[in-house]
Structure formats: structure tokens, C-alpha cells
Design a protein around this ligand. Structure first.
Ligand code: NAD
Length: 490
């Protein structure tokens, strides 16, 4: 939709929100949210963006109009209904596109229980997952390197991690949260997850009032599934955070009731955690609570915390008064099963009322994150190279090792060969399974400096011997500390 055709609804002096109504149940639950926001007196108007299934099916594989980016830049708060990603190749998930294009680095997913009003196995759960949203394996850098081996690059960066860690602490501080649990797998990924964990530990020193703990992701996920009440704020890199937030939504018994925010430096997006539920679309039975909760987060973000409280309290009061959409209705005495419209009406009628039993937690927006300037730039030295080769037809590590030992030049010699990270030369074990993908580690000869030219010469030797080099990875030290992992068995 061209900017001059932008459909803007609402009062002229209002704050303008970019709006994607979405597909499936999207339009119904978006209508519900807009009606509630209007009834709350929040002074908003909406700039509608064309996005979703209709665009995908008309051949726009991104699923979003080109002018949408300018609209979001002009009106940097986006409320988004769920979008259907048509099955089949070529369609990119719009969520991932929006998050990455607009630099929405923090994904916030609150998960709480509404006991005794909504059945749950874990009463008293009230936690928030702060998930890094741009890096990790979700950078989407993947390659097929040989006939047998594929690779996905996991990128964890210092500034990206610092940003999300600071955000988590600032969020906890401004929202009265007492503890942050960081979940990583730094016993295995010592460099990438190790960086995340060490930045968490370092920044924790600046927030002495907030208790911190670090957990390995596997035990962390198990504890979250079994005892979610023990958590307050959980911080995690992208992939783990994605999985943890679904576990959290599931164990609180509220997949249809979880809203989320995606926060960037200038733009922020607010959405429901669930999808477009095409199976129940157009039937007036969808639960609008998740998108309403996203709108509550949005109101806090745009500086209308009073309106946020008004809406949130009315939702809790409607639950206390027995109103249930089909997904959370179980026929209990004193409850009424209602459709989307009637549930919306019940909320509107309760604007201004205070829940009597359900605990109210007010939200506030954390202050803007400032990254610290590094106090010292480390010295970086090239000390070797890992050369990855495709050996589909010849998988004899001893033979390969002897060939490569002879490649020694004035600065580099073969240190080891690994297959899927396990050392197979020298002194490999016969049981180790071999794929067609070998890593050959060359390191500096005693007292020698290594240059890029030395590495190029070495690669020329591989080429001359007819070997298939797939890729190289330089080995560096930083202030004398090695910046690469050792092979298993090295
Ligand atoms: P889904 O979340 O849409 O539905 C899963 C189940 O939960 C369905 O039975 C559905 O009826 C129910 N459900 C979901 N939201 C509900 C609500 N508010 N009220 C009552 N019941 C609700 O997941 P799916 O079926 O895997 O995906 C459907 C489509 O949504 C797919 O095209 C998928 O790509 C898309 N999707 C979009 C988003 C997003 O835009 N944020 C997120 C997830 C999935």
C-alpha cells in the first residue's frame, strides 16, 4: 500500500500505531483489541500495513509491502495480528523478516498463570522470558558443504549480548523483578555460549540488588517444565529462548493468552505468541487475550501505563467474573462460555474495575540501553588455520595425515585432523565414525609468525594435490588467549 493511500483511523492528535491485522483469527482479535483500547480512552490512531497471506499468495514472497518499512519508521510502534505463512518453499516467515530487518533485539514473553480461574498444574507461576532476537543460529547462515555434511553458523556477538543482557537487567530493575536466571550451554559451546555467560556475569556486578543464577539449558528447561514457579526472569540466547518461551506458555496453560513484545532501538512490535488459528477463523470463538496482553505491553512502551493498567485489570476481572472463551472453558460452576465479541464486551464493561483475587503486577518501560565503550582493544594474532576438506572417496585418516604432514612449510605444520570435531589423526581410534568432512588444523611452527600469505601458499599446495578445500577458518589469539576450540581428544 503506497504511503499516500495509507488508511489512518482515529483521532487527529493521537499517537499513531502501525497496524497489521493479520490472517485467520487475526482480524477478529485485532478488532477486539481496538475496541478495548478505544473504550479505555487511550488516544490512538492506526496506520494499516498490508502484510500476510494475501500478499504471499499474490507472489510477494516476503509477505509485506515495500512501503511498510517507511510506515513503521514513521510510526515506530507496531501492533501485529498473527500471520499465516503459506506452506511450501519460497515463503519467508514475516515475523523473522520484521525482527531482523528492524533490529528488534529483545523478545519479551511474560508467562503467568490465572489460577484458580484457568486450570494449571503450576499455580503461582509468573515469569518473563527475555530472549535475544537477532543472533545465534537464527542468523540463518547455513551451508551444505559436502555430500554428507551441512552446517549452520552460530553467531554470538559481544555487542549483541551486551545489549540483551543490559536490557534484561534494566527490565528487571524497573519492574521490581528480583532474580535473573541465564540459561546457556557453555559447558559444550565454551566460546559462543561462554561469551554470553561471561557478559551476563560481568554486567550482574552493576546490579547488586538483583539476584542472578546461571544454568545449563538442559536442566534449566527441565526445571521450567516441572517447577516454573521458581523462576522470575529467564534470559537466554535466541534458540534456547524460543524453546523456553513455548515451554513456559504451555506449562502455564495459556498458549492462547501469552502476548509478547519485540523491542529495537527505535521500533517495537507487539503481538500474540500464538498463530493465526485458521481452524477457528471467522467463528467468533478465538480468545483475544494474547493480543490484548501484547497491547498492554504496547501501552506501557508508548508511555500510557495508566491505560495499560486499566485494560489489564479489566481482563483479570472478566476472568474472575467467570467469562471464558472456548479454549479455557471447562464447564466449572459460575463460568460462562462466551465468544470473542462477548468476551470483548465483558472486558469493556469492566474497565475501571480492580480484580479481587488475581495478583496485579504493574509494568514499566526500562530505560534505553547504552552500550559501554571497550576500555581496551585486545591484540589479535593469527596463529594458524583450520582447512576443511571434502574426502568423500578417501576416508583413511592415517593416509591423509601422512600426506598433510608433508605440506609443512616455513611457518605452518599439521597439528591434527578431526572428523565432526573428534581427533582422528594423529592417534585416532578405529571406532570413530568418519564422514566425508575433515578438518585439518595447521598451526605456527615454533617461533614463527603466520601471515595470510602463508595460508594462501598452504591452500595452493592442497589445490596442487587435487584436494577439495571447502572452507578455511583462521585461528587467532586475543591478548595471547586462544580464540578457537580444541578438537575432542586434542
Ligand atoms: P496456532 O497457534 O495458530 O494454532 C494452534 C492451536 O491453538 C489451534 O488449535 C488453534 O485453534 C489454537 N489457538 C491458537 N490461538 C488461539 C486463540 N487465540 N484462541 C483459541 N484457540 C487458539 O498454530 P499453528 O496451527 O501451528 O499455525 C497456524 C498458522 O499460524 C501457520 O500459518 C503459522 O505459520 C502461523 N503462525 C503465525 C505466528 C505469528 O504470526 N506470530 C506464530 C505462529 C504460527
Amino acid at each position: 500500500m503506497a504511503e499516500n493511500k495509507l488508511k489512518i483511523t482515529g483521532n487527529e492528535q493521537a499517537t499513531t500505531i502501525s497496524l497489521i491485522r493479520g490472517d485467520g483469527i487475526g482480524p477478529e482479535i485485532t478488532d477486539s483489541v481496538i475496541q478495548i483500547l478505544e473504550a479505555s480512552g487511550a488516544n490512538l490512531k492506526y496506520a494499516e500495513i498490508e502484510a500476510g497471506e494475501k500478499l504471499y499468495l499474490s507472489g510477494k514472497t516476503s509477505g509485506i509491502s515495500d512501503s511498510a518499512w517507511d510506515t513503521m519508521r514513521k510510526y515506530p510502534t507496531l501492533l501485529k495480528g498473527p500471520i499465516t505463512t503459506p506452506r511450501g518453499t519460497g515463503y519467508k516467515s514475516l515475523n523473522v523478516t520484521i525482527r531482523k530487518t528492524l533490529g528488534l533485539f529483545a523478545n519479551l514473553r511474560p508467562a503467568r498463570t490465572y489460577d484458580p480461574f484457568v486450570k494449571t498444574k503450576h499455580p503461582g507461576t509468573d515469569l518473563i522470558i527475555v530472549r535475544e532476537n537477532e543472533e545465534d543460529t537464527y542468523a540463518g547462515i547455513e551451508h551444505r558443504q559436502t555430500r554428507e555434511v551441512t552446517q549452520c553458523l552460530k553467531l554470538i556477538t559481544q555487542p549483541g549480548t551486551e545489549k540483551i543482557v543490559r536490557y534484561a537487567f534494566e527490565f528487571a530493575k524497573s519492574n521490581g523483578r528480583k532474580k535473573i536466571t541465564c540459561m546457556v550451554k557453555d559447558n559444550i559451546m565454551k566460546i559462543t555460549d561462554g561469551l554470553f555467560a561471561s557478559i551476563f556475569k560481568e554486567i550482574a556486578n552493576e546490579y547488586k540488588d538483583i539476584e542472578t543464577e546461571s544454568m545449563i539449558i538442559d536442566i534449566g528447561a527441565a526445571l521450567l517444565a516441572n517447577n516454573p514457579q521458581r523462576f522470575d526472569v529467564i534470559l537466554a540466547p535466541n534458540l534456547y529462548g524460543d524453546i523456553l518461551s513455548d515451554i513456559a506458555a504451555e506449562v502455564t496453560g495459556s498458549v492462547g493468552m501469552c502476548g509478547s513484545s519485540n523491542i529495537g532501538d527505535s521500533i517495537a512490535m507487539f503481538e500474540a505468541v500464538h498463530g493465526s488459528a485458521p481452524d477457528i477463523a471467522g467463528k467468533d470463538i478465538a480468545n483475544p487475550t494474547a493480543l490484548i496482553k501484547a497491547a498492554v505491553l504496547m501501552l506501557v512502551h508508548i508511555g500510557m501505563p495508566d491505560k495499560a493498567n486499566l485494560v489489564r485489570n479489566a481482563v483479570l476481572k472478566a476472568l474472575e467474573d467467570g467469562y471464558r472463551t472456548a479454549d479455557i472453558y471447562n464447564g466449572e460452576a459460575g463460568t460462562t462460555k462466551v465468544g470473542t465479541k462477548a468476551f470483548t464486551q465483558a472486558i469493556i464493561e469492566r474497565l475501571g474495575e480492580i480484580p479481587q483475587i488475581l495478583e496485579v503486577r504493574e509494568l514499566s518501560r526500562p530505560k534505553t540501553i547504552q552500550l559501554q565503550k571497550p576500555t581496551k582493544i585486545e591484540s589479535k594474532e593469527l596463529v594458524g588455520v583450520d582447512i576443511f576438506i571434502d574426502e568423500y572417496y578417501n576416508r583413511d585418516p592415517e593416509n591423509l595425515g601422512k600426506t598433510l604432514d608433508a605440506f609443512t612449510n616455513k611457518s605452518l605444520h599439521l597439528k591434527m585432523i578431526t572428523n565432526r570435531g573428534v581427533k582422528v589423526y594423529p592417534d585416532g581410534q578405529p571406532e570413530t565414525f568418519l564422514t566425508d568432512h575433515f578438518r585439518c588444523r595447521f598451526v605456527a611452527n615454533e617461533g614463527q609468525k603466520v601471515s595470510t600469505k602463508d595460508i594462501l601458499e598452504l591452500m595452493a599446495t592442497f589445490e596442487a594435490k587435487g584436494m577439495d578445500v571447502i572452507k578455511t577458518e583462521n585461528l587467532y589469539t586475543f591478548d595471547g588467549k586462544i580464540g578457537y576450540s580444541l578438537g575432542q581428544g586434542e
